[in-house]
Design a protein around this ligand. Sequence first.
Ligand code: ADP
Length: 965
Amino acid sequence: MSDETPSFTNEQAHLQLVAALRESEILRELAKLLASSLDLNHILQVLVKRTTDVCGVQRCSVWLLENSHRAFIPATYYLISHNLSSQHVQAADSIWYRSSLSLDDPVLHRLLEKGTIILDDLGTEPTLRIVAEKFLVRSVMLVALVREGRPVGMLSLDDPGESRTFSLEQQQLVRAIGQQAAIAIDNARLYQQAQEERKRADRLIERARAIYEVAMAVNSEKDLSEVLEIAARHLVNGLDADGGAIALLDGETLRLVASINKLQAQQNLLSAPTAQTTVSLADLPNCLQAATDSAPLFVTAAQVEGAEKLWYHTLGLDNVLIVPLMEATKGGPSHTSHCAGFAFVHYHNPDHHPSRGQRAFAQDIAAQCALAIEKARLLAEARQAAALATERANTLNAVFHAMTEGITVLSQDGRVLLHNSAAAHFLGKALNSQDRLKDFLQRQSAHTLDGQPITAEYSPLVRALHGEPIRGERFVTKRVDGAERILELNIAPVHDASERQIGVVSAFRDITEQMRIEQYIRRALETMLHVAEAVSGITDIQDILRSVLTMALTALSCDRGLVQLYDEKEATFTPLLSVGFDALEEEQWITEQKQWFPPETDASSRFHADLIQGHATLIHIEQYLHLPDLLNRTEVLVAPITHRDHLLGLLMLDRSPITGSDIATSEPRPEFTSWDMAVIEGIAQLAGLAIEQIHWQQEAINARASETAMREANMLKDQFLAITAHEFRTPLTIILAHSQIILRSLRKTTDQEKNGSSQLPHLGETLSVIEEQTRQLTNIVNTFLEVTQINSGQLQLKLEEVDLAEIAKQVVTNYSAASADHEISCIVEPSEHSYLVKGDNARLLQIITNLVQNAIKYSPLGGPVTVSLRRRKALEGNANIEVCVEDNGIGIPKEAQPRLFERFYRAPNAQDMKAKGIGLGLYLVAELLHMHGGAIRVESSGVFGEGSRFIFTLPMLERETIARV
Ligand code: ADP
C-alpha cells in the first residue's frame, strides 16, 4: 500500500472490504444452508434462488452430470424475468428438461478447463446456437461445479434475451458459490446413492427373509398345500404383485393348490365353487414354454389367448409372471430336472416388467416349492413303504408264532429277547424277557438220550453263545406240564454288520413221538435181520423155532412164549416147545390156550380166520373173564407161522401175569401195540421160511451123497437168503400199513390234546419218517437180493470199455447238489493215458456211489469228501487205476478194519452214532470189485475227525489191450 494515494486507497480498500465482507457473509450463509441439507432438490432450489439474488441476474440454472458421465443434463432453474410470458416459459420448460449438453462440446471443454467462462452471445457458438434460441440466452456466465477434480455439473447465469456483462466481483462470487455448491451437490448425490443402496439391500434382505420363511415352512411338519400357500404369499409380497396362485402338475393336468389375491384378501379361490381348478397343460402354451426354458416368463393379458386366457381369467390373473417349479430328476444326472407345477404372479399393470432381481427371487421361491413337492412325495412314498413293512412284519410275526418249532432269540449276555408261541407253550412261564440264561438253565434240567445230566456250562445254548454251531442236537428235558420230552435243537449265531456275534437264534422241535416210532422201526428191523441171520445157519427145525421164539421174546419184551405146530389135515395144534414157563405153568397155559384155537371154539370165528390168513392177533383178557378158575389173566399175542398160504403153526407170546396181591400195587403191563404185531408177524413168517428150508435141506441130503449134499446145502442156504429177502416185502407192507394206523391214532390223540393245547405233534413229519424208513427197508431188500445173486453166481457183469474218471465225476456231480454240508470234489491226476477199464458201467457207478454215500453218512459234522484217481504202475502186467474216496468223518477203529468187508459187519463207532445201515454195502462193493479183477482196502487212524480212505484198484486198459477189446 502507498502513502501517496491514501484517501483513494482507503476508500477503495473500504469498498473492497465491504464487498469481501458481503461476499463472505453470503458464502457463509449459503454454505450453512447447503450444508444443512442432504436433500438434493432442496439444495438445488436454494442454490439457484440465492445465486440469482446475490449475483443480480435474472436467471440461474443448474445442470448436473448424468449417470453415464457423458453429458450435463438440466436439473433446475430460477427465473425472475417479467418480460417472458408464462406460456413461453412453460413451452421452453418441457424442452429444456429433456435437453442435454455433451461433455465433448467444445464450450464445455473450455469451461471445465477454465472453471468459468463468459460468452457475450451464445448464439454465435455453433454447437449451442439452438439452445440459445430456444431458451433466449444471449450473454451467459457458465461456472463449472467441480469437486476434487471431478465435474459435478455447472451453473449458468443470464438475463433471458438480453446482452450483459458480468463484473469481476460477480464472477468471483459465483465461482465461490460454485465451489460450495459442488461440495453440497456431491454430498447429496452420494447420500442419495447410499440411500438407494440401502433400499436395495433392504429389498434383498426382505427377499432373503421371505425365502428363509418358505424354506422353514418346507422343513416343517406342515402339509404341502399349506406350504405352497405360504410360498405364494411371500412371492406376491416380494414381487410387489397384486395376487398369485400355485398349481401342481399331475401327469399332464395342472391342478390349483394355492392362491392369493391382494385385493380380496379373504377370498380363497379354492373354496369358490365355480373356480375351475384343473386344466390340461397342453392348453397352456406359455406355461409349456416357461417349463421348457426352466425360466420365468412374463405375459400380458393381451398376449394370451384361448383356453390359457380362460384359465388365467378363472384364477383372477391378468398380466402374469409364469414361474415353473423345476424339480431335480431323481436318479438322473444332476443337471436334469422336470417341471412339477407353476407359480403365477399377477399384476394389474401390463407395463410392470419384473426386474432381473425379481425374477431371480421368483426362481428361488419356486425352488423351495419344488423341494416341498419332492419332500411331500418322498414322505408319501415312505409312508407307503412303512405300511408295507408293517404288513410284512405282521405276516412274519404271524408265521413266527404259528410255527410248530419253538423259537427263541437270545442276546449275547443270555437275555431272552424274543420267543414264539410254541416256545412259550413248551417252556411256560419259565420264559420271559427278564429271564437270564443262567437262571433258566438252573430251572430247566436236561439230560442226554442215554441219561447223562447236561450241566449248565455244557448246555447247547451256552455253547452256542461261545460260538459253537449246534445242529440237530437231541436231549431230554421237561415240558412245563412236567412231561419228559425229547427235543431236537438247532442253534445259529446272529452277527452284526462287522461279523461280531451278538446273540443266537435257537429252534427246537419236540421229537418224542418221532423217536418212539423210529425206535419201533429200528427194533423191528433189527429183530428181523437177526432172525434171518440166526436161522440161516441152523439146520434143525426145533432149534430154528426155539431161536426164533427167544428172539421174538427179547424183541417184544415178553417173558413167556410157545410154539405150536398145526396139522392141516386134522386141524389140530400140538405144542412143540416153550420158553419162560415152569413145567406146571406151561401145561396149564397150554391147556387154557388150546381151547381157543380150533375153529369150533372160536365163537366169532374171526380169530381163527385171521390166523389162517397170516395175520397176528390178540387174545384180550376180557375174552377169558367168563371162564372159571382162570390162571392167566393176561393178554396173549399170537402170530401164525405160514408159508405159501399154509398155516404151519403158531407163535404165542405173553407178558408175565400179575397175580394175587401184586394186581393192586403193580403198574399195569404195557399192552401190545400195532408195532409189536407187525414185528411178530414178520418173525413168524421168517420161521415159516426156515421150516420150509429144512424140508428142502432134508430132501437134498436124503437124495445125494454127503459131499454134494453139503455143497447143495450151502447153495440152499443162500437161496434161503434170497427167499428171505423176497419175503421181506411182506413185513415191509405191514410196516407201511401200520404206520398209517399209528398216524390215525396219533391224530386221535391230537384231537384229544387240542382242548388243552395248541401245539400239534408233527403228524406230517412222523409220516415222512415212516416213509423214509420204508424206503430204507426197500433198499435193504434190494441189497439182500444183490448179495444173494452174487453168492449164487447169478450176477452177470455187462463188460465194456468204460472211463472210470467219467463215472467218478458223475457220482460227484450227483451228490454235490444234494449234500449242503459236504464239499464233494473229484481230482483226476493228469495222465497221458485215459482212465479206461473193462467193466460194468452200472456196477462201477454203484461202487463209487456206495463209497461216497458212506463218506457223507459217516461225516456227521460235514467236511470235504474227495474222490481222486491216479495211475499206479503194477510190478507185472498192466498198470492199475487207483481210486481213493476220502473223508474227514468218524474214522474206523483199527480193530474193526479187518472185518469191514464181511457181511453184516458194522464198526462199533458207526452203531454208536446211530447211523442207519445194515453192513452189506462194503461187502457188495468188495465182491463187485473182485468180479472186476480189482481189490479194495481201507486206511484210517480210527480217530474221530481224521476220517477214512477207501482205496480200490482196477486193472487199466492199456493201448494194446484197447485195440483188442
Ligand atoms: P452200512 O453203512 O450200511 O453200515 P457198509 O457195508 O456200507 O454198511 O459199511 C460197513 C461199516 O463200515 C459201517 O457200518 C461203518 O462202520 C464202516 N464204514 C464204512 N464207510 C465208512 C466211512 N467212510 N467212515 C467210517 N466208517 C465207515
